[in-house]
Design a protein around this ligand. Structure first.
Ligand SMILES: Nc1nc2c(ncn2[C@@H]2O[C@H](COP(=O)(O)OP(=O)(O)OP(=O)(O)O)[C@@H](O)[C@H]2O)c(=O)[nH]1
Ligand SMILES: [Mg+2]
Length: 223
């Protein structure tokens, strides 16, 4: 099965090369799509030098790149891969196993299930994520422990059919909400997490948390 990696990347020259090398080292049949929307560094050049397909567009956060990459997918399985080495591509074969086996439509990698190396979280990020994951579970009658995770893998038809609209970090709750609402077969697996701080380039903030609450409610109560 061909695996398409969707990689939103904004000013990630320090890590994009290593991410792409690790994807390559998997030895899988892969398609690699990097979406760089206006980085001020060498992210796009490095991605091209590694043989990735690079889509360039006007800057708009993490969501629009995921939508742009979705339109270009040619594989059977799609994996969202961050460009900052917080999530290790070496774990992707394990992540997609339930889809390959035919029992899952979507797999979330959870940073909160334990059992893998995880850098200590930023406390308030963890509180925010626990709250959003609990809200997701209550609204959609599910048990996701990490709805904000960057590692989400899909059967390609599922991702294509989601009709995503969010441009920024609201894409994470939008994906989560829409797959939960459709009652797809969702699996969750523990993954490692090599978290970084704001000084190291992290971009998500408390504003994105409020947006997430709004998106979770909107999708739940819209027809
Ligand atoms: N193309 C593009 N990618 C972006 C943008 N903002 C964030 N990203 C990418 O989205 C991924 C996640 O962004 P991060 O800044 O790592 O977000 P985070 O705060 O660590 O949150 P997580 O999603 O938990 O990793 C990284 O690969 C970023 O480069 C953007 O404006 N444009
Ligand atoms: Mg990150």
């Amino acid at each position: 099965m061909r695996v398409s990696f969707l990689i939103p990347a904004y000013n990630e020259e320090a890590t994009i090369g290593e991410v792409l090398e690790r994807v390559d080292a998997l030895g899988l049949d892969t398609q690699v799509i990097v979406v760089d929307d206006g980085s001020h560094d060498r992210t796009a050049e490095i991605a091209e030098a590694h043989g990735a397909t690079v889509i360039r567009q006007a800057n708009s956060g993490k969501g629009a790149p995921i939508r742009a990459a979705s339109a270009a997918i040619g594989g059977h399985i799609a994996v969202i891969q961050d460009a900052d080495m917080e999530y290790d591509p070496a774990e992707v074969p394990e992540l997609i196993e339930p889809i390959v086996r035919g029992v899952a439509d979507v797999v979330f990698g959870s940073r909160l299930r334990g059992g893998k190396p995880q850098r200590a979280h930023l406390f308030w990020h963890l509180v925010g994520n626990r709250f959003l994951s609990l809200l997701t579970s209550v609204l959609y009658n599910t048990t996701l422990s990490d709805m904000e995770t960057g590692y989400k893998a899909f059967r390609v038809e599922v991702l294509r059919s989601l009709d995503l609209r969010e441009d920024r970090f609201g894409i994470e709750p939008e994906i989560t909400a829409k797959i939960c609402k459709r009652r797809l077969r969702i699996y969750e697996l523990p993954i490692s997490y090599f978290g970084r701080t704001f000084d190291e380039g992290k971009k998500i903030t408390w504003r994105d948390g409020f947006r997430a609450i709004w998106v979770l409610l909107r999708v739940r109560f819209s027809r």
